[in-house]
Design a protein around this ligand. Structure first.
Ligand code: NAP
Length: 282
C-alpha cells in the first residue's frame, strides 16, 4: 500500500518541515549497534522522516558523526537540527560550537540551530551569535529548547518573536504540563513546539492502558503515543528509534485515526493539566 504523504509543519520563516522526524540521542555510542542505526536513519529518510534532530553533546559529537556517515550522500533531502550546549553559548563560543557541529556533520549549514536549554550566559549574546551565523549562511533558522513560558517571554524581549523557529520541549501523554500555558502562548505566536521523548524514552510502550487501547485498535502502544502527539497539527514529533522495525512502525503512526472516544479515554488515563507546573525536562 502506498504511504500517505508526510504532513508538514510551517515554521515562522515559512519553511515547511516534516511533522514526524527522527531523534538521535544515544545513537553512535555503541559500536555493536552502528550498522543498524545507520540503516534505521536511512529507512526513516526513505519514509519521509527527513527532519533529523541532534546535538553537540550527544555522545560528545558521536551522534553528529553517525548522521554524516549514514546520510552524508542525502544532505539535500534533510532538515538538520542541532543544538549548542548552554556552557558554550557565548558569542564566540556559539559560533565555534556551530562550526564544530558542521565539521562533524560534514555539511556547510544547519537548517536549524537551538540553544539546548537556558543557561547563565545572557540570551542576547547567544542570539547575536545565531544572527551572525544566519547572516553567514551557516544556519538557516534558530530557536530554543527546554524554555518555559517565562523563558519564552524573555526570549521575545531579546529578538523579534517571529525569529524564534521552535521551542523543543518534553511532551507526551505522561508530560502534558505545557498544555496549560506554554503551548497556547506558542500557538498564539505561531511558534511550533518540537516534542521530544514522545514515547517517554520507551516507557509508554509498556504502559498497561496504552497496551490495552492499542490492542483494541490493532496498533502498537508506540503508535498510539505518537498519534496522540501528532493529533496537534502544529507540533513536530521526533521519536528516536535505532531499530529499523521501530522506524517503520513509527512512520505508520501517521495513519492512525484517534476518535473523540479515544481522546476522551486518553484524557481519563493521562489527565490534562489543571494548573501551572514547572516545565518537565529530561
Ligand atoms: P523517545 O523517542 O521517547 O524514546 C526512545 C526509545 O523508545 C528508544 O529506546 C527506542 O528504542 C524506543 N522506541 C522508539 N520507537 C519504538 C517503537 N515503535 N516500539 C518500541 N520502542 C520504541 O526518547 P528520546 O530519545 O529521549 O527522545 C527523542 C529525541 O528527542 C532524542 O533522541 C533527541 O534527539 C531529542 N531529545 C531532546 C532533548 C532536549 O533536551 N532538547 C531531550 C531528550 C531528547 P530503539 O532505539 O531500540 O529503537
Amino acid at each position: 500500500m502506498a504511504l500517505a504523504a508526510m504532513p508538514t509543519v510551517r515554521l515562522p520563516s515559512g519553511k515547511q518541515v516534516s511533522a514526524l522526524g527522527q531523534g538521535t540521542w544515544e545513537m553512535g555510542d555503541d559500536p555493536s549497534k552502528h550498522q543498524e542505526e545507520i540503516q534505521a536513519l536511512r529507512t526513516g529518510v526513505d519514509l519521509g522522516m527527513t527532519l533529523i534532530d541532534t546535538a553537540e553533546i550527544y555522545g560528545d559529537g558521536a551522534a553528529e558523526r553517525l548522521i554524516a556517515e549514514a546520510l552524508g550522500d542525502r544532505r539535500q533531502e534533510l532538515y538538520l537540527v542541532s543544538k549548542v550546549f548552554p556552557g558554550h553559548a557565548t558569542l564566540q563560543g556559539t559560533i565555534e560550537a556551530c562550526e564544530k557541529s558542521l565539521r562533524r556533520l560534514k555539511t556547510d549549514h544547519l537548517d536549524l540551530y537551538l540553544l539546548h536549554w537556558p543557561g547563565s550566559i545572557p540570551l542576547s549574546e547567544t542570539f547575536e551569535a545565531f544572527q551572525r551565523l544566519k547572516s553567514s549562511g551557516k544556519i538557516l533558522d534558530f530557536g530554543v529548547s527546554n524554555f518555559d513560558l517565562h523563558g519564552m517571554q524573555q526570549a521575545a524581549e531579546v529578538v523579534d518573536v517571529t525569529e524564534i523557529a521552535t521551542n523543543q520541549v518534553l511532551y507526551n501523554l505522561m508530560r502534558r504540563g505545557i498544555e496549560y500555558d506554554l503551548l497556547p502562548w506558542c500557538e498564539k505566536y505561531k511558534i511550533p513546539i518540537m516534542a521530544y521523548s514522545p514515547v517517554e524514552r520507551g516507557i509508554l510502550v509498556d504502559h498497561p492502558i496504552l497496551q490495552q487501547m492499542a490492542m483494541k485498535k490493532k496498533i502498537t502502544p508506540a503508535q498510539l503515543a505518537l498519534a496522540w502527539v501528532l493529533r496537534n497539527k502544529q507540533i513536530i514529533v521526533i521519536p528516536k528509534a535505532s531499530r529499523v522495525e521501530h522506524v517503520i512502525e513509527n512512520r505508520a503512526a501517521l495513519d492512525v485515526h484517534l476518535s473523540h472516544e479515544d481522546l476522551k479515554a486518553l484524557d481519563e488515563a493521562f489527565s490534562p493539566p489543571k494548573r501551572k507546573s514547572p516545565l518537565d525536562v529530561i
